[in-house]
Design a protein around this ligand. Sequence first.
Ligand code: ATP
Ligand code: MG
Length: 230
Amino acid sequence: GLRFRLGKIEFENVHFSYMDGRDILRDVSFTVMPGQTVALVGPSGSGKSTIIRLLFRFYDVKGGSIRIDGQDISTVLQASLRSHIGVVPQDTVLFNDTIRNNIRYGRVTATDEEVEQAAIAADIHERILSFRDGYDTQVGERGLKLSGGEKQRVAIARTLLKGPQIVMLDEATSALDTETERNIQASLAKVCSNRTTLVVAHRLNNITSWLELFWMQQYQLCLSPPPQSP
Ligand code: ATP
Ligand code: MG
């Protein structure tokens, strides 16, 4: 089957609008080299999350092209594409299932031990063990409520288990306390190592911490243009 072995991402003159036809992305071009970590920075509404949605093919571009390892993603089956990309979304939604299965969703064949290793790496293992039913605790409406930061760490564990060549992180907009934020960033660093990573960063001080976590030469700032209103 299809393999994106390198994980090079190219946006070339990408144009995009949602159903209402308003231009969201106009002529956006950038390249992320294999293994590189790039931050997408820009004001709220400038289209950062949209770029992530396009890469995951929630929508198709209206013009231009998105390529991974030289292959136009519009020619790749969604399921196949998505098996190569891990997303830690802005607001992680967990399923009404056990916490174990929520993590295992990244790779359904993973063993209990692999699930726990991923949770340890994402720094959420201790928290899970603090629940009476541990990994068998039911998550969701009727089950336990996790904080935004905890949910994001579950998503990180899920992504670690999946082990994709490309990782996209949409940093939470909500304010997290400094310690939670640091924990999340340390976990993210594990997900990102040796993978092509696109990070949506909301606070410039976070970018500084990213810089501390990654090699300088692998880091590039990409300022997305503000939305143009007619
Ligand atoms: P934030 O920093 O607040 O997360 P963002 O840069 O991620 O913002 P996007 O979510 O990509 O911004 O949204 C870009 C623009 O597209 C916004 O003006 C938003 O209102 C609009 N938009 C997003 N989703 C849709 C949709 N499904 N239909 C129509 N417009 C949308
Ligand atoms: Mg966003």
